[in-house]
Design a protein around this ligand. Sequence first.
Ligand SMILES: [Fe+2]
Length: 326
Amino acid sequence: MVTWQLCELTGVYCLLIVTAQLLKKLGCVRDEQFEGVLNKISQEVDRRKHLGVTSAQRAAAIKDIYRPLHPHVYHLQESYLASEFKQIVEYCQSDSATEEGLLGLLEEQVAPRVYRFPLFDKSFCEDLMEELKHFEQSAAPKGRPNTMNQYGILLNELGFDEHFITPLREQYLLPLTSLLYPDCGGCCLDSHKAFVVKYDMNEDLDLSYHYDNAEVTLNVSLGKEFTEGNLYFGDMRQVPVSETECSEVEHRVTEGLLHRGQHMHGALPISSGQRWNLIIWMRASQERNKQCPMCNRTPTLVEAEGFADGFTKHSDPPQNISCALT
Ligand SMILES: [Fe+2]
């Protein structure tokens, strides 16, 4: 399959201008200070340019080396899903489904258009975490889920896409997002990036305020035991932080939270235990082809591997394209 990503040069120039202005404001004025930052940016751009290839190499090595502990968790089955969730999906698929009717079945949070609902069965979450821990302790190569989370697992490299994440998105999540987020590409989500992030007392405790490289995000708390660590939501990313008030949303084990990818959010520190979250960044090429949600520019595309960043060429059927700045 031919895949694409955004032209690096456009993004780099944009980033350099912003960085120079920001650094000056923060008192970084000496040439060597600025050069140090440029070097780091250049290394990061290089890493991102080769991300698709290195990820495909890791996936091939994992397939070769790694023997799953619970092979069944790689294939989505109805029994893994909470009965409440199956009822919600059934409602969304009915001819009479409306957004208003669906809202009556979901738990809306204080943060606008953030919804929580039971998603998985507890024993499935336990099996999945055991599987992920087993992988973590194996000798197989591991990539970082994104630039913000240090600890976690890229689920596509481990082989979860084809029989788990894609059917979950297409058959179960799309009926909900079509009604909840039609204005943000919720009715045409055609690719995703899925990963698990881990918070632990000796590792990452929290996550800074950010927006996702997604049109719609699903965030599921898989366990284990933890205290505190609520999520918080502000406004859409176009709104200045100085004009933003944040609201806290509790994350409950086995439950999923849906929100718009461009809705600014973060995670407060856990105060004990360990937390695993399944994150699915769902993308709508129809939306992002018009404007990259990470750098606000019209994408200039280069080939990439896998789902990449979910861009497609307008004339082609859905393919996979990525943006170098994400
Ligand atoms: Fe996020």
